[in-house]
Design a protein around this ligand. Structure first.
Ligand SMILES: [Zn+2]
Length: 471
């Protein structure tokens, strides 16, 4: 990791550059596509064959399932779920026959710039991959437009995959990178948390970014992303204080690889008072834990975000999923950027189920199919403290909704659609994606996107990075 710049002068420069650049980036016409311009005042998804509301009060079982039901979206909210609903004037009717409707996926840990390093370091473990593919390309390599291009590729990929909320942990390589990263998220129409790696120890850069970009945007929330390691313990402790003072979440990578035990990350979160944050402390990975440490995390009520595809790719280990859940830790799923290589929430659910089954040689072990569907939606919303707004199709919540077409080669015929969502689902089955009532994907196509332009923009960045990575 690059050394943090901590002296007062560099802090001043950082904020000055951020402010000046932001004014330029906000010039008229420079930001991008409208996602709401063509949306009607509402949508009625009529007679959907299966609606998984994730609200047991609305339907049967833990997933609140309804058969042959309507979902009515008015403005940015879910207005009603039930049968025989009427479409108000101007609303668009979507025929739900043969379709599955459920809340959008919540990706609780990702690195959106890492679409630029897909496929890098195929035979490396975490440490090797970081050294080859991440630390070599940071610093001043990225311009604002570079960051924008590759993050935009990722946001469109997420929408295509039915993800409606993402938590992007940003390496914040430089102020231009930060602006490009945030602009691409703002322009995506996604709901997002953004975990910003701090560059000043008084929190001034984090708070300036929050005021400028996040406070005015109801879809956006800022977190702080410090590193938990003994070598930078004072920095971590300083960010814990900023988080407590300003009601922000701390989101840190934690015991992902056995070698990181030497960093004493557990000692750092204990000594810094981070455990007092409860579920405002988000630990990414949290794989290599003792029984005592699992109990301490459960007692504190912290959150753990699990990246099964990344853990497999980087040979990181298998999370103690059942133990953490039993201890009371709030769990969610994440896609984890370039270590997973492509946005695919179905694949991630399959891997979360499969890893535990392989570990315990037990097909009934947690997470079950029902558990993992809840984990990928409402569980993620709970982890981000967004469950009052999203995560289920409860009327009054924000309309973050996906419509899935199971009548495809990979999914049909119907045997048990709940099971098939986890074992057979692919991105090609996602027909419609709504965030806050806005259709970001319609009839299988992401709205307002020219795939060729997106790919060309990202190719130019990858061509710049390729000589830097040690392939
Ligand atoms: Zn990560």
């Amino acid at each position: 990791m690059t050394q943090l710049r901590t002296d007062a002068l560099s802090a001043f420069l950082w904020i000055s550059v951020l402010s000046i650049g932001c004014a330029a980036a906000g010039a008229p016409g420079e930001t991008t596509r409208q996602v709401s311009g063509n949306d009607p005042p509402g949508y009625l998804i009529r007679n959907a064959s299966l609606v998984l509301t994730m609200d047991p009060h609305l339907g049967s079982g833990a997933l609140g399932a309804l058969e042959d039901a309507d979902v009515l979206i008015i403005g940015n909210q879910i207005a009603a779920v039930g049968q025989g609903l009427e479409a108000p004037g101007g609303a668009r009717v979507i025929h739900g026959d043969g379709m599955i409707v459920m809340p959008g996926f919540v990706d609780t840990h990702d690195h959106l710039w890492q679409s630029s390093i897909r496929g890098c370091g195929a035979d490396d473990n975490l440490i090797g991959w970081l050294n080859r593919c991440v630390f070599t390309v940071g610093g001043s390599t990225f311009t604002e437009e570079d960051a924008y291009a590759v993050v935009r590729l990722s946001t469109v990929g997420l929408i295509n995959a039915g993800v409606t909320t993402v938590n992007d942990w940003s390496h914040n390589f430089n102020p231009d990178f930060l602006r490009g990263n945030i602009r691409a998220l703002m322009d995506s129409g996604l709901r997002f948390h953004f975990s910003m790696r701090q560059r000043t120890l008084d929190g001034s850069d984090v708070l300036a970014t929050k005021a400028q970009f996040f406070d005015p945007n109801p879809l956006a929330t800022l977190q702080i992303g410090p590193r938990a390691a003994a070598a930078v313990e004072a920095d971590f402790a300083a960010m814990v204080q900023v988080a407590k003072e300003h009601g922000l979440k701390i989101h840190t990578h934690f015991l992902e690889h056995p070698d990181e035990i030497l960093d004493d990350a557990f000692g750092v979160i204990v000594r810094s008072g981070a455990l007092e944050l409860g579920n405002d402390l988000i630990l990414a990975h949290a794989i290599h834990l003792t029984d005592e440490e699992v109990a301490i995390l459960g007692e504190a009520g912290v959150s753990v975000t699990h990246q099964p595809l990344s853990n497999m790719r980087l040979a990181s280990g298998i999370i103690r999923f059942g133990d953490l859940k039993a201890a009371g830790v709030q769990l969610g799923l994440g896609l984890d950027g370039g270590t997973n290589d492509t946005p695919d929430a179905f694949n991630n659910m399959r891997a979360a189920v499969g890893l535990q089954r392989v570990k315990f040689v037990d097909a009934a072990v947690s997470p079950t199919v029902e558990e993992v569907l809840r984990l990928a939606t409402l569980g993620g919303a709970e982890l981000l403290d967004l469950d009052d707004e999203v995560g289920s199709l409860t009327p009054g919540k924000q309309a973050d909704v996906i419509v899935i077409n199971p009548n495809r080669l990979n999914f049909a015929p119907r045997m048990n659609w709940v099971n098939q969502l986890v074992f057979n689902g692919q991105n090609q089955n996602i027909e419609w994606v709504f965030v806050a009532g806005r259709a970001l994907k319609k009839k299988g196509e992401v709205v307002g996107v020219k795939e060729g332009d997106l790919v060309a923009g990202a190719e130019a960045v990858a061509a710049k990075l390729l000589p830097l990575v040690d392939e």
